[in-house]
Design a protein around this ligand. Structure first.
Ligand code: SAH
Length: 396
Protein backbone atom coordinates (compact mmCIF):
# COMPACT_ATOMS: atom_id res chain seq x y z
CA UNK A 1 0.00 0.00 0.00
CA UNK A 2 1.28 3.48 -0.84
CA UNK A 3 2.38 5.70 1.98
CA UNK A 4 1.34 9.30 2.45
CA UNK A 5 4.17 10.91 4.39
CA UNK A 6 3.31 14.01 6.42
CA UNK A 7 5.63 16.98 6.93
CA UNK A 8 7.28 17.30 10.36
CA UNK A 9 4.81 18.52 13.05
CA UNK A 10 1.88 18.17 10.65
CA UNK A 11 0.48 15.16 12.48
CA UNK A 12 -1.13 17.25 15.25
CA UNK A 13 -4.61 17.58 13.81
CA UNK A 14 -4.59 13.87 13.05
CA UNK A 15 -3.62 13.16 16.65
CA UNK A 16 -6.74 15.14 17.60
CA UNK A 17 -8.73 12.85 15.30
CA UNK A 18 -9.58 15.45 12.73
CA UNK A 19 -10.18 13.40 9.56
CA UNK A 20 -8.94 15.82 6.88
CA UNK A 21 -5.36 15.96 5.64
CA UNK A 22 -4.77 19.20 3.73
CA UNK A 23 -2.31 19.52 0.85
CA UNK A 24 -0.08 21.75 3.01
CA UNK A 25 0.51 18.93 5.50
CA UNK A 26 1.69 16.42 2.91
CA UNK A 27 5.40 15.88 2.24
CA UNK A 28 5.07 13.16 -0.42
CA UNK A 29 3.34 10.04 -1.58
CA UNK A 30 5.64 7.01 -1.65
CA UNK A 31 4.31 4.63 -4.29
CA UNK A 32 1.41 5.09 -6.67
CA UNK A 33 -2.24 5.65 -5.89
CA UNK A 34 -5.27 6.41 -8.02
CA UNK A 35 -7.96 8.80 -6.77
CA UNK A 36 -9.92 7.14 -3.99
CA UNK A 37 -7.32 4.45 -3.25
CA UNK A 38 -6.57 3.73 0.36
CA UNK A 39 -3.15 4.93 1.52
CA UNK A 40 -1.29 4.49 4.77
CA UNK A 41 -0.68 7.81 6.52
CA UNK A 42 2.64 8.05 8.32
CA UNK A 43 4.33 10.81 10.32
CA UNK A 44 7.57 12.39 9.07
CA UNK A 45 9.46 9.86 11.22
CA UNK A 46 7.63 6.95 9.59
CA UNK A 47 5.25 6.20 12.49
CA UNK A 48 1.91 4.83 11.13
CA UNK A 49 -1.06 7.06 12.02
CA UNK A 50 -4.10 6.16 9.97
CA UNK A 51 -5.57 4.83 6.74
CA UNK A 52 -7.09 7.38 4.42
CA UNK A 53 -8.60 7.85 0.98
CA UNK A 54 -6.27 9.59 -1.46
CA UNK A 55 -7.80 12.52 -3.34
CA UNK A 56 -5.12 14.23 -5.45
CA UNK A 57 -7.54 16.72 -7.08
CA UNK A 58 -8.77 18.21 -3.81
CA UNK A 59 -7.17 20.62 -1.33
CA UNK A 60 -8.28 18.05 1.21
CA UNK A 61 -5.68 15.63 -0.09
CA UNK A 62 -6.83 12.67 2.02
CA UNK A 63 -9.75 11.78 4.28
CA UNK A 64 -9.23 9.34 7.12
CA UNK A 65 -11.19 6.08 7.12
CA UNK A 66 -9.63 4.82 10.33
CA UNK A 67 -7.25 6.13 12.99
CA UNK A 68 -6.24 2.53 13.72
CA UNK A 69 -3.35 1.89 11.31
CA UNK A 70 -3.98 -1.87 11.62
CA UNK A 71 -7.64 -1.73 10.52
CA UNK A 72 -8.20 -3.04 7.00
CA UNK A 73 -10.36 -0.96 4.65
CA UNK A 74 -12.33 -3.49 2.64
CA UNK A 75 -15.97 -4.49 1.99
CA UNK A 76 -16.27 -5.76 5.57
CA UNK A 77 -15.10 -2.37 6.88
CA UNK A 78 -18.10 -0.67 5.27
CA UNK A 79 -20.48 -3.41 6.37
CA UNK A 80 -19.31 -2.99 9.96
CA UNK A 81 -19.33 0.79 10.09
CA UNK A 82 -22.62 1.27 8.25
CA UNK A 83 -24.32 -1.31 10.48
CA UNK A 84 -22.95 0.49 13.55
CA UNK A 85 -24.19 3.90 12.34
CA UNK A 86 -27.71 2.52 11.87
CA UNK A 87 -27.61 0.83 15.29
CA UNK A 88 -26.60 4.10 16.95
CA UNK A 89 -29.73 5.72 15.51
CA UNK A 90 -31.91 2.81 16.63
CA UNK A 91 -30.66 3.34 20.18
CA UNK A 92 -32.15 6.88 20.29
CA UNK A 93 -35.90 6.61 21.00
CA UNK A 94 -36.93 9.74 19.08
CA UNK A 95 -35.21 8.46 15.94
CA UNK A 96 -36.57 4.94 16.04
CA UNK A 97 -39.88 5.59 14.30
CA UNK A 98 -39.01 8.46 11.99
CA UNK A 99 -40.20 8.08 8.42
CA UNK A 100 -37.47 10.39 7.19
CA UNK A 101 -34.09 9.80 8.80
CA UNK A 102 -30.45 10.50 8.01
CA UNK A 103 -28.71 7.11 8.19
CA UNK A 104 -25.16 8.17 7.40
CA UNK A 105 -23.76 11.62 8.09
CA UNK A 106 -20.31 11.58 6.50
CA UNK A 107 -17.29 12.46 8.60
CA UNK A 108 -19.31 12.54 11.83
CA UNK A 109 -20.24 8.87 11.32
CA UNK A 110 -16.63 8.01 10.46
CA UNK A 111 -17.49 7.76 6.76
CA UNK A 112 -16.09 10.84 4.97
CA UNK A 113 -18.07 11.78 1.88
CA UNK A 114 -20.90 9.30 2.51
CA UNK A 115 -24.41 10.70 3.06
CA UNK A 116 -27.53 8.51 3.16
CA UNK A 117 -31.10 9.56 3.95
CA UNK A 118 -34.01 7.16 4.30
CA UNK A 119 -37.51 8.22 3.24
CA UNK A 120 -39.90 5.37 4.08
CA UNK A 121 -38.54 2.36 2.20
CA UNK A 122 -36.30 4.40 -0.08
CA UNK A 123 -32.70 5.31 0.66
CA UNK A 124 -31.01 8.22 -1.11
CA UNK A 125 -27.25 7.95 -1.24
CA UNK A 126 -24.93 10.85 -1.90
CA UNK A 127 -21.19 10.26 -2.35
CA UNK A 128 -19.15 13.45 -2.27
CA UNK A 129 -15.49 12.41 -2.04
CA UNK A 130 -13.10 10.29 -4.10
CA UNK A 131 -12.73 7.60 -1.43
CA UNK A 132 -16.47 7.24 -0.97
CA UNK A 133 -16.87 7.02 -4.74
CA UNK A 134 -14.22 4.29 -4.97
CA UNK A 135 -16.15 2.11 -2.48
CA UNK A 136 -19.58 2.71 -4.07
CA UNK A 137 -20.44 -1.00 -4.51
CA UNK A 138 -19.47 -1.96 -0.97
CA UNK A 139 -21.41 0.99 0.46
CA UNK A 140 -24.55 0.21 -1.54
CA UNK A 141 -24.37 -3.48 -0.56
CA UNK A 142 -23.92 -2.65 3.12
CA UNK A 143 -26.69 -0.05 3.10
CA UNK A 144 -29.11 -2.45 1.46
CA UNK A 145 -28.37 -5.13 4.03
CA UNK A 146 -28.41 -2.86 7.09
CA UNK A 147 -31.46 -0.77 6.16
CA UNK A 148 -33.58 -3.53 4.61
CA UNK A 149 -34.87 -0.92 2.16
CA UNK A 150 -36.42 -1.87 -1.17
CA UNK A 151 -35.01 1.03 -3.16
CA UNK A 152 -31.78 2.96 -3.30
CA UNK A 153 -31.40 6.08 -5.41
CA UNK A 154 -27.98 7.60 -5.95
CA UNK A 155 -27.93 11.38 -5.88
CA UNK A 156 -24.21 12.02 -6.26
CA UNK A 157 -24.65 15.37 -7.99
CA UNK A 158 -23.54 17.84 -5.33
CA UNK A 159 -21.18 20.65 -6.43
CA UNK A 160 -18.43 19.53 -4.07
CA UNK A 161 -17.78 16.48 -6.26
CA UNK A 162 -16.12 18.77 -8.78
CA UNK A 163 -13.49 19.72 -6.20
CA UNK A 164 -12.68 16.02 -5.97
CA UNK A 165 -12.49 15.64 -9.77
CA UNK A 166 -15.68 13.56 -9.86
CA UNK A 167 -18.55 13.79 -12.35
CA UNK A 168 -22.20 13.70 -11.31
CA UNK A 169 -23.79 10.25 -10.97
CA UNK A 170 -27.53 9.80 -10.46
CA UNK A 171 -29.98 6.94 -10.87
CA UNK A 172 -31.70 3.97 -9.23
CA UNK A 173 -29.11 1.49 -8.01
CA UNK A 174 -31.62 -0.82 -6.33
CA UNK A 175 -35.26 -1.17 -7.35
CA UNK A 176 -37.06 1.25 -9.64
CA UNK A 177 -38.89 4.55 -9.26
CA UNK A 178 -42.05 4.22 -7.13
CA UNK A 179 -45.36 4.51 -9.02
CA UNK A 180 -46.66 7.34 -6.84
CA UNK A 181 -44.71 10.31 -5.45
CA UNK A 182 -42.75 9.45 -2.34
CA UNK A 183 -44.19 10.93 0.85
CA UNK A 184 -43.15 10.91 4.49
CA UNK A 185 -44.95 11.95 7.64
CA UNK A 186 -43.00 14.43 9.72
CA UNK A 187 -44.37 15.58 13.08
CA UNK A 188 -47.83 14.49 11.90
CA UNK A 189 -47.66 16.34 8.58
CA UNK A 190 -47.45 14.55 5.23
CA UNK A 191 -44.71 15.83 2.93
CA UNK A 192 -43.71 14.89 -0.60
CA UNK A 193 -40.06 14.14 -1.22
CA UNK A 194 -38.71 14.40 -4.75
CA UNK A 195 -35.54 12.35 -4.52
CA UNK A 196 -34.56 12.85 -8.15
CA UNK A 197 -35.00 16.64 -8.52
CA UNK A 198 -35.44 18.06 -5.00
CA UNK A 199 -32.66 19.87 -3.14
CA UNK A 200 -29.94 17.81 -1.43
CA UNK A 201 -31.39 14.28 -1.22
CA UNK A 202 -34.91 15.67 -1.69
CA UNK A 203 -35.72 17.13 1.72
CA UNK A 204 -34.13 19.09 4.57
CA UNK A 205 -34.26 16.42 7.27
CA UNK A 206 -31.90 18.50 9.40
CA UNK A 207 -34.72 20.93 10.32
CA UNK A 208 -37.14 18.27 11.59
CA UNK A 209 -36.93 19.24 15.27
CA UNK A 210 -36.90 22.95 14.57
CA UNK A 211 -40.03 22.59 12.49
CA UNK A 212 -41.67 20.84 15.43
CA UNK A 213 -40.63 23.71 17.67
CA UNK A 214 -42.27 26.07 15.18
CA UNK A 215 -45.51 24.15 15.55
CA UNK A 216 -45.26 24.55 19.33
CA UNK A 217 -44.71 28.32 19.05
CA UNK A 218 -47.07 29.28 16.25
CA UNK A 219 -50.49 29.45 17.95
CA UNK A 220 -52.35 32.63 16.95
CA UNK A 221 -49.20 34.18 15.50
CA UNK A 222 -49.01 36.05 12.20
CA UNK A 223 -46.19 34.01 10.69
CA UNK A 224 -43.69 34.73 7.93
CA UNK A 225 -41.64 31.83 6.56
CA UNK A 226 -38.76 32.99 4.37
CA UNK A 227 -37.00 30.49 2.08
CA UNK A 228 -39.88 28.07 2.57
CA UNK A 229 -38.81 25.42 -0.03
CA UNK A 230 -41.59 22.77 0.03
CA UNK A 231 -43.34 24.35 3.01
CA UNK A 232 -41.94 22.34 5.92
CA UNK A 233 -41.98 25.18 8.48
CA UNK A 234 -45.18 26.66 6.99
CA UNK A 235 -47.20 23.49 7.41
CA UNK A 236 -45.95 22.98 10.96
CA UNK A 237 -46.95 26.56 11.78
CA UNK A 238 -50.45 25.86 10.43
CA UNK A 239 -50.55 22.63 12.45
CA UNK A 240 -49.73 24.70 15.53
CA UNK A 241 -52.64 27.06 14.92
CA UNK A 242 -50.92 30.07 13.35
CA UNK A 243 -53.27 32.94 12.54
CA UNK A 244 -51.82 33.30 9.05
CA UNK A 245 -48.69 31.98 7.31
CA UNK A 246 -47.04 33.90 4.47
CA UNK A 247 -44.36 31.78 2.78
CA UNK A 248 -41.74 33.09 0.37
CA UNK A 249 -39.38 31.28 -1.97
CA UNK A 250 -37.80 32.15 -5.31
CA UNK A 251 -38.28 28.65 -6.72
CA UNK A 252 -41.52 27.94 -8.60
CA UNK A 253 -41.16 24.13 -8.43
CA UNK A 254 -40.54 24.29 -4.66
CA UNK A 255 -43.67 26.41 -4.17
CA UNK A 256 -45.72 24.07 -6.38
CA UNK A 257 -44.69 21.15 -4.17
CA UNK A 258 -45.47 23.21 -1.06
CA UNK A 259 -49.01 23.81 -2.34
CA UNK A 260 -49.36 20.08 -3.13
CA UNK A 261 -48.12 19.30 0.37
CA UNK A 262 -50.79 21.52 1.90
CA UNK A 263 -53.43 19.65 -0.13
CA UNK A 264 -52.05 16.35 1.21
CA UNK A 265 -52.98 17.55 4.73
CA UNK A 266 -56.72 18.27 4.83
CA UNK A 267 -56.49 18.65 8.62
CA UNK A 268 -54.69 21.99 8.15
CA UNK A 269 -56.47 25.34 7.73
CA UNK A 270 -55.51 25.95 4.09
CA UNK A 271 -57.25 29.34 3.97
CA UNK A 272 -54.64 30.67 6.39
CA UNK A 273 -51.77 29.94 4.00
CA UNK A 274 -50.41 32.37 1.43
CA UNK A 275 -47.54 31.56 -0.95
CA UNK A 276 -45.41 34.10 -2.75
CA UNK A 277 -42.71 33.57 -5.35
CA UNK A 278 -40.17 36.32 -4.71
CA UNK A 279 -36.61 37.17 -3.78
CA UNK A 280 -36.58 37.32 0.02
CA UNK A 281 -34.12 40.24 0.14
CA UNK A 282 -36.45 42.39 -1.97
CA UNK A 283 -39.73 41.09 -0.55
CA UNK A 284 -38.77 41.84 3.07
CA UNK A 285 -38.23 45.48 2.06
CA UNK A 286 -41.57 45.54 0.24
CA UNK A 287 -43.36 44.13 3.30
CA UNK A 288 -41.77 46.78 5.47
CA UNK A 289 -42.77 49.61 3.15
CA UNK A 290 -46.29 48.23 3.15
CA UNK A 291 -46.30 48.43 6.96
CA UNK A 292 -46.81 44.69 7.48
CA UNK A 293 -45.81 43.16 10.82
CA UNK A 294 -45.48 39.59 12.06
CA UNK A 295 -45.36 37.70 15.37
CA UNK A 296 -43.14 34.85 14.18
CA UNK A 297 -40.54 35.03 11.41
CA UNK A 298 -38.50 32.10 10.16
CA UNK A 299 -35.34 32.77 8.16
CA UNK A 300 -33.83 29.57 6.77
CA UNK A 301 -31.71 30.71 3.83
CA UNK A 302 -29.53 28.54 1.60
CA UNK A 303 -25.85 28.10 2.35
CA UNK A 304 -24.41 31.60 1.77
CA UNK A 305 -20.88 30.46 2.74
CA UNK A 306 -20.01 26.97 1.50
CA UNK A 307 -16.54 27.44 3.01
CA UNK A 308 -14.65 29.92 5.17
CA UNK A 309 -13.47 31.75 2.01
CA UNK A 310 -16.99 33.11 1.49
CA UNK A 311 -17.54 34.07 5.12
CA UNK A 312 -17.34 37.85 4.71
CA UNK A 313 -19.79 38.13 1.83
CA UNK A 314 -22.08 35.65 3.53
CA UNK A 315 -21.97 37.61 6.79
CA UNK A 316 -23.32 40.68 4.96
CA UNK A 317 -26.18 38.66 3.48
CA UNK A 318 -27.09 37.17 6.88
CA UNK A 319 -26.94 40.58 8.50
CA UNK A 320 -29.16 42.09 5.80
CA UNK A 321 -32.02 39.59 6.14
CA UNK A 322 -31.81 39.54 9.93
CA UNK A 323 -32.00 43.35 10.17
CA UNK A 324 -35.10 43.22 8.00
CA UNK A 325 -36.50 40.33 10.01
CA UNK A 326 -36.10 42.19 13.32
CA UNK A 327 -37.73 45.30 11.85
CA UNK A 328 -40.80 43.36 10.74
CA UNK A 329 -41.57 41.93 14.19
CA UNK A 330 -44.39 43.08 16.42
CA UNK A 331 -43.50 43.65 20.11
CA UNK A 332 -42.98 40.25 21.74
CA UNK A 333 -42.40 38.69 18.30
CA UNK A 334 -40.12 35.74 17.68
CA UNK A 335 -37.31 35.46 15.15
CA UNK A 336 -36.14 31.97 14.31
CA UNK A 337 -33.00 32.45 12.28
CA UNK A 338 -30.59 29.92 10.77
CA UNK A 339 -27.28 29.53 9.04
CA UNK A 340 -26.38 26.23 7.40
CA UNK A 341 -23.00 27.54 6.22
CA UNK A 342 -20.08 25.36 7.28
CA UNK A 343 -17.89 28.45 6.73
CA UNK A 344 -19.61 30.46 9.52
CA UNK A 345 -19.16 29.22 13.05
CA UNK A 346 -21.82 29.47 15.76
CA UNK A 347 -20.23 32.37 17.65
CA UNK A 348 -19.80 34.36 14.46
CA UNK A 349 -23.44 33.79 13.52
CA UNK A 350 -24.62 34.97 16.92
CA UNK A 351 -22.48 38.10 16.51
CA UNK A 352 -24.06 38.78 13.12
CA UNK A 353 -27.57 38.39 14.52
CA UNK A 354 -26.82 40.56 17.52
CA UNK A 355 -25.40 43.28 15.22
CA UNK A 356 -28.55 42.97 13.13
CA UNK A 357 -30.75 43.63 16.18
CA UNK A 358 -28.68 46.73 16.98
CA UNK A 359 -29.02 47.97 13.39
CA UNK A 360 -32.75 47.39 13.52
CA UNK A 361 -32.94 49.26 16.84
CA UNK A 362 -34.56 46.30 18.58
CA UNK A 363 -33.84 44.93 22.03
CA UNK A 364 -33.76 41.16 21.63
CA UNK A 365 -33.12 38.14 23.82
CA UNK A 366 -31.88 34.70 22.93
CA UNK A 367 -34.41 32.08 24.05
CA UNK A 368 -32.82 28.99 22.55
CA UNK A 369 -29.92 27.83 20.47
CA UNK A 370 -31.01 25.45 17.74
CA UNK A 371 -29.20 22.73 15.85
CA UNK A 372 -29.70 19.63 13.73
CA UNK A 373 -31.31 16.56 15.34
CA UNK A 374 -29.31 13.54 16.55
CA UNK A 375 -29.44 11.67 13.24
CA UNK A 376 -27.09 14.47 12.09
CA UNK A 377 -24.49 14.02 14.84
CA UNK A 378 -21.37 16.18 15.14
CA UNK A 379 -18.18 14.27 15.81
CA UNK A 380 -16.61 16.19 18.70
CA UNK A 381 -13.26 16.41 16.94
CA UNK A 382 -14.82 17.64 13.68
CA UNK A 383 -16.04 21.22 14.18
CA UNK A 384 -17.01 21.52 10.50
CA UNK A 385 -19.77 19.01 11.22
CA UNK A 386 -21.69 21.64 13.17
CA UNK A 387 -22.96 23.36 10.04
CA UNK A 388 -26.58 24.07 11.07
CA UNK A 389 -26.93 26.78 13.69
CA UNK A 390 -30.12 28.50 14.69
CA UNK A 391 -31.16 31.15 17.20
CA UNK A 392 -34.62 31.72 18.57
CA UNK A 393 -34.83 35.36 19.62
CA UNK A 394 -37.64 37.43 21.11
CA UNK A 395 -37.90 41.18 20.75
CA UNK A 396 -39.29 43.55 23.35
N1 SAH B 1 -36.75 25.89 5.20
C1 SAH B 1 -36.76 24.89 4.16
C2 SAH B 1 -35.41 24.73 3.49
C3 SAH B 1 -34.88 26.01 2.88
S1 SAH B 1 -33.70 25.73 1.64
C4 SAH B 1 -37.29 23.58 4.74
O1 SAH B 1 -37.52 23.49 5.95
O2 SAH B 1 -37.46 22.62 3.98
C5 SAH B 1 -33.45 27.30 0.97
C6 SAH B 1 -34.53 27.77 0.01
O3 SAH B 1 -34.25 29.11 -0.32
C7 SAH B 1 -34.66 27.04 -1.31
O4 SAH B 1 -35.96 26.56 -1.46
C8 SAH B 1 -34.35 28.10 -2.38
O5 SAH B 1 -35.21 27.99 -3.52
C9 SAH B 1 -34.65 29.37 -1.66
N2 SAH B 1 -33.93 30.59 -2.07
C10 SAH B 1 -32.62 30.75 -2.30
N3 SAH B 1 -32.31 32.04 -2.51
C11 SAH B 1 -33.47 32.73 -2.39
C12 SAH B 1 -33.83 34.11 -2.45
N4 SAH B 1 -32.90 35.05 -2.69
N5 SAH B 1 -35.12 34.46 -2.26
C13 SAH B 1 -36.06 33.53 -2.02
N6 SAH B 1 -35.78 32.21 -1.92
C14 SAH B 1 -34.52 31.81 -2.11
Amino acid sequence: MSQLVLLPHKDRSLARRHPWIFAGAVDRLDGRARPGDTVEVVAANGRPLAKAAWSPASKIRARVWTFDPAEVVDDAFFKRHIQAALERRQSIPELRYQDGLRLLHGESDGLPGVIADRYGDTVVLQLTAAGADRWRRAIIGALQRASGCARIYERSDSDVRRLEGLDAVTGWVLGTAPATPLTIVENGVRMQVDVTAGHKTGFYLDQRENRRLTRDLAADRMTLNCFCYTGGFSLQALAGGAAHVLSIDSSAPALATAIDNLALNPQLAAERAEWRQADVFAELRTLRSAGQRFDLIILDPPKFAPSAAYAERAARAYRDINVLGFRLLNPGGLLMTYSCSGGIRGEHFQQIVSDAALDAGRQARLLRRLAAPPDHPVALHFGEGEYLKGLLCQVD
